[in-house]
Design a binder for this molecule. Structure first.
Ligand SMILES: O=C(O)CCC(=O)C(=O)O
Length: 419
């Protein structure tokens, strides 16, 4: 948090600088609802913040942050998520008025990442305005520093088969591999894979995505997203004790990818984050695959998975249909049928019950004897390919190079005849 304590020169919710029409319209109702949920201290701070008190705005944001971290995410009351967005906007307005544009942008990003939907429009339009200012600073800094612009590819590693095999879990490629079809028709996808719940790799279906031409270029990513704050995971994986989440800028993240060994904690992974809801320029680079409308269900979430070689998503399953699109780099993926449950030893705690206790990279055979002989299918998902993962199929994912993928989860349609 900023240590700035000066009062903002412009009191009132209606800033002539950073306009927040939704906040101006909704704030009375939101404040009322926060009071009804016992947030009196927050309300006091929000009033002072709206009158221009910078410190009060930061205190309100801190109070809402504590509420967001008071229990599991799904049990957080929606009103506190909107309260958090409101405080983020108020803090951003204060920074903006005194020309602290980078700090304003960070606060807006925090609101987008952690806040509710009520004030989303204000956050989005404020981001657009503030990003422009931040980019102007960047341009003048680059000019003064005489920095030259080069195109830097994200992926430079070339691995041979022997090197790849050494990195993979036991018995890799000893069983069946996932079948691959080029530009599969929707009818065939429905009949042969969706209805029978069978994984398939679809190739030659992503060439029209602007991302295919743009994302393997660090300079491009830095230009459109470098100043934005993103949530990352640091450590071996989310099941390990030494694992944490951090909020860093996209530029910092790109630097870490460049030198992944510099952190003793393990790789930094931008994992399962709705990046395209947050950063509009990147959203324009992807297309929702038509396959995701199979079955008449609804698109549930579109997430980015971006990290250096060596990130691992441990064996788990998800409730939705999934198209995992590999835009940059390559990944090893192993899949076990949804019919296996007991044999893969899921955690008993509710929050982790979709994750297996088995570490495929280091199996404890005494503890988990049933895993050894289980049938699986595996593959290397190459750049430009999409993998269909049926609901509740167990999957383990290891990136073999720097890798950027997008997952599209969609739900079952009401009238689907699939079992
Ligand atoms: O790419 C990864 O690391 C994991 C992807 C995944 O688990 C998913 O799309 O559900």
């Amino acid at each position: 948090m900023s240590s700035t304590t000066a009062a903002c020169p412009m009191p009132g919710l209606e800033s002539p600088d950073l306009h927040t029409p939704t906040l101006d319209r909704e704030s009375a109702g939101l404040i009322q609802s926060i009071s009804e949920h016992g947030g009196y201290a927050y309300v006091r701070m929000a009033f002072l913040a709206a009158a221009g008190d910078f410190r009060a705005a930061e205190a309100a944001r801190e109070m809402a942050w504590e509420q967001l971290h008071s229990g599991p995410w799904h049990s957080v009351l929606p009103v506190w998520r909107d309260a958090y967005s409101m405080a983020c906007l108020l803090v951003a307005k204060c920074h903006y008025r005194i020309g602290e544009f980078k700090e304003a942008l960070r606060s807006l990003d925090l609101g987008l990442i952690m806040g509710g939907m009520l004030l989303r429009k204000d956050l989005d339009s404020a981001v657009e305005k503030v990003s422009g200012k931040v980019r102007n600073i960047g341009v003048s800094e680059d000019c003064c520093g005489g920095l030259e612009k080069h195109e830097h590819p994200l992926v430079r590693q070339q691995l041979n088969n022997a090197e790849v095999l050494q990195l993979l879990p036991f018995k890799s490629f000893s069983s069946k591999t996932v079948m691959k079809k080029s530009a599969l028709s929707l009818e065939k996808f429905l009949k042969d894979y969706y209805l029978s719940r069978s994984p398939i790799i679809i190739s030659d279906c992503m060439d029209h995505w602007p991302a295919k031409a743009k994302w393997n270029n660090k300079d491009y990513l830095k230009r459109v997203a470098g100043d934005r704050t993103i949530p990352v995971e640091v450590g071996k994986n989310y099941l390990c004790a030494e694992w944490k989440q951090e909020l860093i800028t996209f530029s910092e993240f790109l630097q870490r990818i460049e030198s992944p060994g510099c952190l003793s904690w393990g790789p930094t992974y931008l994992a399962q984050h709705p990046l395209f809801d947050q950063i509009t320029e990147l959203r324009k680079d992807i297309c929702i695959p038509d396959y995701c409308f199979t079955g008449g269900g609804e698109l549930r979430s579109v997430n980015a998975w971006f990290g250096p070689a060596g990130t691992v998503t441990p064996l788990h399953h998800d409730p939705h249909h999934n198209i995992l699109a590999q835009v940059v780099g390559k990944k090893y993926i192993r899949l076990y049928s949804a019919s296996f449950s007991e044999e893969l030893y899921p955690y008993t705690e509710t929050l982790l019950s979709n994750s297996s206790q088995v570490d495929l990279d280091d199996i404890d055979e005494m503890k988990f004897p049933k895993v050894q002989d289980l049938e699986f299918v595996d593959c290397i998902l190459e750049e430009g390919e999409m993998l269909y993962i049926p609901p509740r199929w167990w999957h383990y994912v290891r990136s073999l190079t720097t890798s950027l993928s997008v997952s599209f989860w969609w739900s079952e349609g009401g009238s689907s005849c699939a079992s």
